[in-house]
Design a protein around this ligand. Structure first.
Ligand code: PLP
Length: 362
């Protein structure tokens, strides 16, 4: 594995107790940083104390959002070993996002090594309580100082870490979601399949609208006809229709979720038929009326599996499985968690061990 120079912090922060953790508000002692210039390519990968960046107010990323990110987790298993969940897949996706935003690609091996090295340096921050983890956030931003609209010449790649709690403190809690054809997240030919800041900015207004009507998330419909399901909030979506699981296909407007891929693999391992095909809101309403829509859930790194207990669309309110978590939803959640916490055989080789690094400066 690649070694990076490490500058240790002189001011370690106080740790937050495992049972006091939330999501995304506590950061560890160090970060990984690497820069790009046209002359030197990606260079100078290093681990340094976590600290603010100094930015020129005209820095182009602040104006035109040429930025991508990803998100993955590291877990501590029962024997204390720390392991990352599918870092290779996340590194590959970061590069696909870079391509969509005209950002020069990174060496995938260096990206994977950056995750492992940083988690290794901050290994003492990886919580142990079941359900907790370290959330790893790699980000790439454009760094040139100019107000013209064209790709930046310089970039910065950095990785920060947050210890996070179990998303569900008291077991899986179904959410209410609102399908909307008034707002769109992405359109064909746009940025929908990239993990980019701009998509999140574009989702805020609809989310606020849904929240004002008492819903936790937006179910995005396609931007062309306002008819086909795309994603739920910032998760992929799956439905159980009879004995089949249906999920919208990857077609450029939705994010190729690693949790989505993992859920599809496990379902197929169990002999469940999974169809990746367009599914319209009308088909969903009909299936609800017929009683064949028995479960619906979202998939994503933060929550893993998020059961959906109620779906609103215009004047309709559809309660799914009596508003309770379905059997397959729960089985998927438990199966993925068991792999992540090392409680079961990792048949597909998804977990990658991290070596804890002793506190000796490079
Ligand atoms: C990150 C993300 C997902 C989920 O992807 P995972 O790899 O499963 O975390 C789904 N949709 C959007 C829009 C996302 O940004």
């Amino acid at each position: 594995m690649q070694d990076f120079p490490v500058t240790r912090t002189q001011h370690p922060k106080p740790r937050v107790a495992d049972d006091k953790l939330r999501f995304g508000d506590v950061f560890t002692d160090h970060m990984f940083v690497m820069d790009y210039t046209p002359e030197h390519g990606w260079h100078d990968g290093r681990i340094v104390p976590y600290a603010p960046f100094t930015m020129d107010p005209a820095c182009c990323v602040l104006h035109y959002a040429q930025a991508v990110f990803d998100g993955l987790k590291a877990f501590r298993d029962e024997r204390g070993q720390i392991r990352l969940f599918r870092p290779d897949q996340h590194a590959a996706r970061l590069n696909r996002s870079c391509e969509a935003l005209c950002i020069p690609p990174l060496d995938q091996a260096v990206v994977e090594a950056s995750f492992a090295a940083l988690v290794g340096v901050d290994a003492g921050w990886v919580p142990a309580r079941r359900g907790t983890s370290i959330y790893v956030r790699p980000t790439v931003i454009a760094t040139d100082v100019f107000l013209g609209v064209h790709p930046s010449a310089g970039y910065r790649y950095y990785v920060i870490l947050c210890p996070v709690s179990a998303y569900y403190k008291e077991g899986l809690a179904p959410v209410r979601i609102l399908a909307t054809d008034e707002h769109v997240r992405a359109v064909p030919g746009g940025l929908g399949s990239a993990k980019t800041a701009a998509n999140y900015a574009a989702s805020l207004y609809a989310a606020k609208d849904a929240a004002a009507r008492g819903y936790a998330q937006v179910l995005w419909l396609d931007g062309k006809r306002g008819e086909f399901l795309e994603e739920v909030g910032s998760m992929n979506v799956m439905l159980r229709l009879g004995d089949t699981v249906v999920t919208p296909p990857l077609g450029g407007t939705i994010l190729d979720g690693i949790t989505r891929r993992s859920a599809i693999q496990l379902l197929r391992d169990w002999g469940v038929t999974v169809e990746e095909r367009p599914v319209s809101i009308h088909e969903v309403m009909q299936a609800h009326a017929d009683g064949t829509l028995t479960e619906m859930w979202g998939t994503g790194t933060a929550v893993v599996i998020s059961p959906i207990g109620e779906l609103g669309f215009r004047d309709a309110r559809m309660v799914i499985n009596g508003g309770a978590t379905g059997e397959l939803t729960r089985r998927l959640y438990e199966a993925i968690a068991a792999i992540q916490y090392g409680a079961t055989n990792d048949a597909h080789g998804w977990m990658r061990p991290v070596r804890a690094l002793e506190a000796v400066d490079a």
